[in-house]
Each structure stands twice: as C-alpha cells, then as structure tokens.
Design a protein around this ligand. Structure first.
Ligand SMILES: [Zn+2]
Length: 324
C-alpha cells in the first residue's frame, strides 16, 4: 500500500529525495539559555564547540566519500566564530542556511525584534558565505506568525522548520507562496542522543542501532513512493564517531534500497518550484495563518474553565476562588 498520496516526480526517475541536514548550533544554544553564566560552563561549552571544530570535518569527509551535497543551517554568530568550519562546508560545495543570529526563538521576540535579528543574521551570513541565502530553519523549529513575511520579503525560496506533510508543500499567506520542505521530530537526533543538564535534556541515550532503526523505518515507508526523508541532526550530537558512522551506514543502505536523490534543500526547493510552474506536479497548499489569533473559545467573557481540584476544595470551605 502506498503511503504517499501526492508523490513527487523527483529528478532522474528517483523514487525518494533524501537530505541529511545539519544544524551547526555550537554553543549558541547555551549562550541564549544562560546569558550570564554560559562562559563559566566549560563542560557544555567544550561539548558544543566539538560540533564545528571536530565533527564538521568528519561529516564533510563522509559526504565527500559519497559525492553528496547537503544543507548546513548555521546561526550567524556561529559562522562569525568558526571560520575553518565555514571554509570546509563552503569549500565542499554545501549549502548554508539561515538559523537565526544566536539561535533566538522567534516566538520569544516581539515582531520588531524578530525582524531585527532576522535581518542581521541574513546580511551577516551572506557576507561570510558570499552566497545568496534562500533557505531558513527557525531555531528550535519555533516559527512565529511573523516569520513567513520576513522570508518572502527577503526573497527566500523555502523554509524547513514545519511538519505539515510528507512531501514539500506550499504555504500561501496574503497571496504570496513559500515552499515548505517538511522535517519531522522523528528524524531529529535530539530525542535520541541529547543528554546535557545545562540544557535540561536528560533523556536516556539511545544506541545508534536503536536510532537507525527508527530513522530507517520512516525511510522504508516512503522510499518507493515519491517520498522525502529529511534528517535534522546536530554536529555536536551526531558528529560523534559511532553516530557519524551510522550516517555512513544509512546512506549505504538507502542507496541499496531505493533510487534516492541526495540533494541540498535548495535543489529540492528549486525542483519543486520548477515542476509546480510547468504543471508537472501540483503541491498541496496550506493557507496561512492556520489561526488568526487566540481562539475565541478562550475569551474569558464567554467561558470560564472549571476550577482546579484544590480550588474546589477551598470553595467547599467557603473560601475565595481566584479568577483564572
Ligand atoms: Zn538549532
């Protein structure tokens, strides 16, 4: 049974598109979470600096072995501080995407502040890379209601932060389209491997075999049907030796299992734009925003939630119930 209802005709008769994308966060996440004390947290700083300094060359070596290009999303603050990693990624022909300035979450900013940091990150990344930046992944996937307009105003071709379909789709807002290349938390390495108490992540650590089983189960379900598999991995987490080796083994398996097109997201987005324009394929369209604002059902004037259990107990004793 086919799992993909709107299969994409991928280039060269490929039955699946694959992108192992990497978010090169380095210690930006620690700095944004602990602005006053990050500089003292050497354990976490060292673990996260491992990403651009030790893991990126290893990841690039593996991709070069297969002749694959991919997309690295890099906060501009990180791009400014790790020139050797940038040189390696760019020198190998990989795409660099926008990933905030210091990994700031758009929904924690005012629209004005989001616009400021978006533009500062965009201009800085274009200056460092010499590339026209056309792809975006929101830090922590935290796209805000204001983000899409920023992207379309700046001429971006695609976003890859959302999870609304199995294959690329179009988000249409005020008559303007943006291609979404969906990711999924299932393909993210954070739930499997991230274990750092400074970041509040204390999951049990998976073995690479366990993670690989989950990643490939999703791949197997779509790889013959015009599907898409996008990994969201982090060099400081999955660039460690056994996990990097897992990527090598996954690519070998994918290549043996199906006719896969391994491509950076900019090429996937360009292909989607092309086959949409010439009528070869029709993407699903998501009218945006999903909701214009807070649901009216939450209007206090029309509805009051039931009091919590302990408040009911207070009420039974004639005490005042605080307004919700
Ligand atoms: Zn990130």
């Amino acid at each position: 049974m086919r799992m993909i209802r709107n299969p994409v005709p991928w280039p060269g008769g490929a039955t699946c598109a694959v992108a192992f994308t990497w978010d090169v966060d380095a210690e930006s996440v620690l700095q944004i979470d602990h602005p006053d004390t990050a500089h003292k947290r050497l354990f976490s700083l060292s673990a996260m600096r491992y990403g651009p300094e030790t893991a990126v060359p290893r990841i690039c070596d593996i991709l070069a072995e297969f002749g694959h290009k991919t997309t690295f999303f890099v906060p501009t603050w990180v791009a400014e501080r790790y020139p050797a990693a940038m040189e390696r990624m760019l020198g190998d022909g990989h795409e660099i995407g926008h990933h905030g300035y210091l990994h700031e979450s758009p929904n924690l900013l005012s629209p004005e502040d989001e616009a400021y940091w978006f533009q500062r990150a965009h201009e800085g990344l274009e200056a460092i890379t010499g590339q026209k930046i056309i792809g975006y992944r929101a830090p922590s996937f935290d796209v805000s209601p204001a983000t899409q307009a920023l992207l379309t105003d700046a001429g971006y071709l695609y976003d890859s932060s959302l999870m609304g379909d199995d294959v690329p789709y179009v988000m249409r807002e005020n008559g303007r389209d943006l291609i979404e290349i969906p990711a999924t938390i299932i393909h993210d390495d954070w739930p499997h491997f991230s274990h750092n108490w400074d970041l509040g992540a204390t999951n049990q650590i998976s073995t690479p075999a366990r993670a690989k089983e989950l990643y490939l189960s999703e791949f197997d379900a779509v790889c013959d049907d015009g599907g898409l598999w996008v990994g969201v991995w982090h060099p400081w987490i999955s660039g460690r030796p056994a996990r990097a080796k897992m990527m090598f083994e996954m690519i070998e398996y994918m290549q043996s299992r199906a006719n896969c097109w391994f491509a950076p997201l900019k090429d996937i987005a360009a292909h989607i734009a092309e086959i949409t324009a010439d009528g070869t394929w029709t993407p699903n369209v998501h009218p945006m925003p999903y909701h214009p604002g807070k649901l009216k059902e939450w209007d206090k004037a029309s509805w009051q939630p039931a009091p919590a259990t302990d408040e009911r107990q207070h009420a039974n004793h004639g005490q005042t119930i605080e307004s919700c």
